[in-house]
Design a binder for this molecule. Structure first.
Ligand code: GDP
Length: 629
């Protein structure tokens, strides 16, 4: 996982400031009992650190994993990582001064994502084993621009050049071999999967191939994909697809790409743009060669001679084989017979298969493999590591299960607007990351430029992504991965995104007046945020029937499908995910009786002030204003 190397050396026009960081609130777990002081050198193995802290190495590995650092017992971790982990576990840390001072630029604060991205530290004796590993590539781009077609032609080409008759299987990833140089492709295109994985702290992609149809140009999801790749600090290669079409207009697309900051090499920029046609299998080899080129610059390395670790690409139940998982090996070599802990499950690798469904006995760095022998089905984005024996694997899995039960749904400490000032004061925040979703393009620019102009000493606002449309799951995932706040300007929030935001603790702020956005951010940055009231969703009803009553107006015969309906609330009428009207609840009745609230499952009559257009199947949402600070 030489991610840092990549960002330094092959920053192909994707240079953006690293996600700003929020340190975990240093919860002193052992408060009251003992606050021990330990002395840490510039680098220390997990085992040594555990010994120093008189804690079990398993606890420590677990804690590291929580912070997004996959480390085994013999692995060296650097001072910063060790110190943060030790402090989180209730120790006071001092740095050993005897060690020669490292004059590397100081990493600010290690968040799970930043930590996962940090260049892996290798023990000195390990360096000689480091080997170049194949790049792992994800294909991103707008719908219908040809992501799947491109993945298919690349896969076909690889099967022909290797072994005829090999049955290709979709296992979530595959590898191509170009005369010895391999490339691993993640087989689920699109940034949703990419973002979801990153939000979980996993980061497998080394290079993003951005597919842009030459006849259609840069589209909303193209922009989203660019932002996702940038937030992940992954270099982008553009595949300008559908060049076979007479309507292809590559120059126009290159102009659009330049507007997004991806200036093509031939125009003096740093972005490789390869014209291709997935349909006519044109120039695919050039695309692959360019991927190898970027990989070479990125200097991707791993140590195959250590216990394997990596990330789950997908897990599923196979009728014949039981629970199986596709794993991407990122360090070490995975061998059959190895005991592994995988997310919340564990097992022994009974057999392994490559993407051609051929049995294999070992898999090195960047290889995707299907593994059978796991007790349960892990989820995409889970990490795995080989441990000494199945018992140790089980212990890790059990601890993770217990932990997730204790914690409830996974809550990542994502910042809220209210916390900004405190963070900034503590020197932990230099950049406030924002995801901006608005109803029209025309709102984006003024909001953006006003916020970017806010000047508060040492602090700046950075837009991780901006776009038109409702807040979706991918926006929330991006916010998790980059510790950003979402600003929803005159747009709704997809139900799935709302649930995800709630479980991940992502703050979504809704606005409909531009100056309020600016005011809030400004106040947050200067610590003057006043009590804030937010609309809190209390319940939802679905409209079954509509009655027009003279003098009263339109009344919806509805059924509560979520939460409670409250008389003293604001009603939002939502049709096909879009808000069409908002007004006070003017009447709420059960049969003929006025009521103050209606519980889930029950039918009721609802009137919304000013609503003249209510239709069957509309959703009426009940909101109350609550003070959140
Ligand atoms: P995805 O949604 O990005 O995965 O796009 P698909 O791979 O499903 O392709 C969308 C449509 O574009 C399909 O009808 C493809 O046949 C077509 N398509 C893909 N690549 C090319 C191409 O290079 N040239 C032309 N003419 N059509 C293409």
């Amino acid at each position: 996982m030489t991610r840092q190397t990549r960002t330094n050396r092959s920053n192909r026009g994707n240079g953006k400031p690293a996600a700003t960081d929020k340190e975990k609130v240093a919860a002193n777990n052992d408060q009251g009992s003992q606050v021990k002081e330990i002395e840490l050198p510039a680098s220390i193995t997990v085992r040594e650190l555990a010994d120093l802290m008189e804690r079990s190495p398993i606890d420590l590995i677990k804690e590291l994993m929580n912070a997004g650092v996959m480390a085994n017992i013999n692995q060296q971790i650097d001072y910063d990582t060790a110190a943060i982990i030790a402090e989180d576990m209730g120790y006071t840390v001092v740095e050993t001064t005897a060690e020669e001072p490292e004059i590397e630029e100081q990493e600010e604060i290690v968040t799970p994502v930043a930590a996962a991205k940090k260049q892996r530290e290798y023990a000195p004796e390990e360096l000689k084993y480091l080997k170049t590993r194949p790049p792992v590539v994800t294909i991103l781009g707008h719908v219908d621009h040809g992501k799947t077609s491109l993945l298919d032609v690349i896969r076909e080409a690889s099967v022909q050049t290797t072994e005829a008759g090999g049955i290709t299987q979709h296992i979530g990833a595959y590898q191509v071999d170009l005369e010895g140089d391999k490339i691993t492709f993640v087989d689920t295109p699109g940034h949703e999967a990419f973002a979801a994985m990153r939000a979980r702290g996993a980061s497998v992609t080394d290079i993003a191939v951005l597919v842009v149809a030459a006849d259609d140009g840069v589209q909303p999801q193209t922009r989203e994909a660019i932002d996702h790749a940038r937030a992940a600090q992954v270099p982008i290669i553009v595949a300008l697809n559908k060049m076979d079409l007479p309507s292809a207009n590559p120059d126009h697309v290159k102009q659009q790409l330049s507007d997004q900051g991806l200036v093509p090499e031939e125009w003096g920029g740093e972005t490789i743009v390869v014209p291709v046609s997935a349909k006519q299998k044109m120039n695919i080899d050039a695309l692959l060669e360019n991927i190898l080129l970027v990989a070479e610059i990125a200097d991707l390395k791993a140590n195959p001679r250590r216990p394997a670790e990596g990330t789950v690409v997908e897990g599923r139940m196979d009728r014949a084989r039981g629970s199986t998982a596709t794993l991407l090996v990122q360090e070490g070599t995975l061998e059959t017979g190895a005991a592994i802990s995988v997310g919340q499950t564990y097992g022994k690798v009974r057999a392994m298969f490559n993407y051609k469904n051929e049995p294999i006995s070992e898999a090195g760095p960047s290889a995707p493999v299907v593994v059978i022998g796991l007790r349960g089905i892990p989820a995409a984005g889970d990490t795995f590591q080989v441990v000494d024996n199945e018992r140790a694997a089980r212990t890790i899995a059990e601890k993770r299960v217990q932990e997730s039960q204790e914690q409830g749904p996974q809550t990542t400490p994502v910042m809220t607007l209210e916390e900004i000032y405190d963070q900034a004061q503590a020197g932990k925040l230099q950049t406030l990351n924002l995801v901006l979703k608005a109803d029209v393009q025309g709102s984006i620019e003024p909001i953006k430029s006003s916020l970017e102009q806010i000047e508060v000493e040492g602090l700046s606002v950075h837009f991780v992504h901006e776009g038109v449309g409702n807040v979706g799951e991918s926006d929330v995932n991006l916010a998790v991965a980059s510790n950003a706040i979402i600003i929803a300007f005159n747009v709704g929030i997809d139900p799935a995104a709302e649930r995800l935001a709630e479980s991940e603790g992502v703050s979504i702020r809704r606005y409909n007046i531009i100056y309020r956005v600016i005011e809030d951010v400004e106040k947050a940055l200067t610590g003057m945020l006043e009590p804030v009231y937010e609309d809190v969703l209390q319940g939802k009803a679905i409209v079954r029937q509509v009655f027009r009553i003279s003098r009263v107006g339109v009344i919806a015969g509805a059924q509560m499908i979520e939460g409670k309906g409250l008389r003293n609330a604001t009603g939002r009428i939502v049709r096909d995910g879009e808000e069409i009207h908002k007004g006070r609840i003017s009447s709420l009745k059960r049969f003929t009786e006025d009521v103050r609230e209606v519980n889930i499952g029950l039918e009721c009559g609802i009137g919304v002030e000013g609503a003249s257009d209510i239709q069957e199947d509309d959703i009426i949402e009940f909101y109350t204003r609550e003070q959140v600070r």
